[in-house]
Design a protein around this ligand. Structure first.
Ligand code: CMC
Length: 436
């Protein structure tokens, strides 16, 4: 490769061949230019100016952020600088939640006080139960969760005071605390079971499992391996920088909507099968494939673009998703308790083939976080409709961290992309009877 000839400047020179004019644009942090710097490039003085076109934000940074770092080429994920592997191994979900929300790991007093606050905000207003009762018996749990989170904004109208840091923190604690309660209520409604109220002496995940699965016993003791496995899964799902749902939370929040509305919108984005709904789609796919013998046909279908291999591929990771490796290990621990999931062989064989077939290798398609998580959830007794809910509970922390970072960022304004209009030119209205 030819040696780079530089003049020592951290800038980009652009020549507009339409006009022959030259422009110099500053380069910031590594390889970033400001899209607004392009606006000075014009043919006529009264032109709008140059803009960039980037459907689906494939090459556009929408923010500076200090929350989560991903190096997609090397499979690196860090929350506030801490490697995900260390957090999954040594931390707890609520400690990680504090880290994401506050920027640093808590000391013991800070952690105790956060855990206490989250534990004592787990109850929801009884009217929320009536709201859930209005859903059909077979309503999808995500639809119920999205609606009940949106409804919480009406129970806490002061949440719209988003300029007040203390008020923001109360709403953040409320949301982290109440999400498992709402999720468990949606599940109990689906099963036609009486609602179980939160138990404040249990851990975050043990309380959630108690509200979900306790039937006819006074004290419910979740298996500690399953309780810890769920905690690890929650850590792995807590944030993932500017993904579709985090961007949704930021966009809604940029209009200064209250956080409950912003988070319910983010949750709706997560529900899609290309995002957090993929864990449910993976399980349905594995069930449909049914046996290892049917995999070659299925893979042919993927290569012929008749379907997608759900749980594979990622916009940012072009290597193995580090979360998928940890989940694979966690699955082994869970299966020791629950017995081996019968779909595991299909998943392992799919992965083996995909990691060797040119179609997948050439497109950098590796298992993502959703490929193995569903097998764990299923073995723990969750129905598939609950899988995206199990993603939404921990991701609420990430959305809230992203939402607050956006609010405190002086560079942010109401999100409002431009478009390139390619529709009709101006034309005159013709009354319906006169139209040919
Ligand atoms: N199965 C088959 N082909 C795929 C897949 C897949 N899962 N994912 C991507 N491709 C192909 C795609 O057809 C395209 O091929 P070509 O260049 O020949 O047209 C190429 O790979 C690039 O794909 P893309 O759709 O342009 O990539 P993207 O960055 O827009 O999409 C994705 C990323 C995650 C939506 C996509 O990989 C996908 O649909 N995966 C399956 C759904 C899934 O598992 N989603 C969970 C993502 S991880 C958790 C989360 O973010 O919530």
């Amino acid at each position: 490769m030819a040696e780079k000839q530089t003049d020592g400047k951290n800038s980009l020179s652009i020549r507009d061949n339409r006009t022959g004019r030259d422009y110099e644009i500053d380069i910031h942090e590594g390889d970033v230019i400001s899209a607004m710097d392009l606006r000075q490039i014009k043919v006529e003085d009264d032109d709008f100016g140059m803009m960039s076109y980037d459907p689906a934000f494939k090459n556009t940074a929408s923010t500076r952020s200090t929350v989560t770092y991903i190096d997609g080429a090397n499979g690196v994920l860090q929350y506030r600088g801490y490697p995900i592997e260390q957090l999954a191994e040594r931390s707890s979900f609520l400690e990680v939640a504090y880290l994401l929300l506050k920027g640093d790991l808590p000391d013991q007093d800070e952690l105790d006080s956060f855990v206490h606050d989250v534990t004592f905000h787990t109850y929801v207003h009884e009217n929320v139960i009536q709201l859930l009762e209005g859903f059909r018996y077979d309503a999808h749990a995500m639809g119920m969760l999205i609606s009940s989170v949106a409804a919480l904004s009406t129970f806490y109208p002061e949440a719209k005071e988003i300029e007040d840091p203390e008020n923001r923190w109360i709403q953040i604690v409320r949301m982290v605390a109440k999400m498992p309660t709402l999720a468990a209520y949606a599940y109990r409604h689906h099963r036609g079971l009486p609602y179980v109220y939160p138990e404040n002496e249990l851990s975050y995940t043990a309380n959630f499992l108690n509200m979900l699965f306790r039937i006819g016993v006074k004290e419910y003791k979740p298996n500690p391996v399953l309780e810890r496995a769920l905690d690890v899964l929650f850590i792995l799902h807590a944030d993932h920088e500017q993904n579709c749902s985090a961007t949704t939370a930021r966009v809604i929040g940029s209009a200064h909507a209250d956080p409950f509305s912003a988070i319910s919108g983010a949750m709706a984005a997560l529900y899609g099968p290309l995002h957090g709904g993929a864990n449910e789609a993976v399980l349905r796919m594995l069930e449909r494939i049914g046996s290892v013998d049917n995999i070659p046909d299925f893979i042919e279908g993927v290569k012929n673009r008749e379907e997608r291999l759900m749980g594979f591929g990622h916009r940012v990771y072009k290597a193995y998703d580090p979360r998928a490796s940890i989940i694979k290990r966690t699955a082994d621990e869970v299966f020791e308790v629950t017995g081996r999931n019968r779909l595991l062989d299909i998943a392992l064989e799919l992965e083996k083939i995909a990691l060797n077939e040119d179609f997948f290798v050439s497109r950098n398609l590796y298992p993502n976080v959703d490929f193995y998580s569903g097998l764990i959830y299923q073995s723990m007794g969750f129905p598939v409709e609950m899988f995206p809910v199990l993603f939404a509970i921990p991701r609420t922390v990430g959305w809230l961290a992203q939402w607050e970072e956006m609010l405190l960022d002086d560079e942010q304004k109401i999100a409002r992309p431009r478009q390139v209009y390619v529709g009709q030119g101006e034309r005159d209205y013709v009354p319906v009877g006169d139209r040919g």
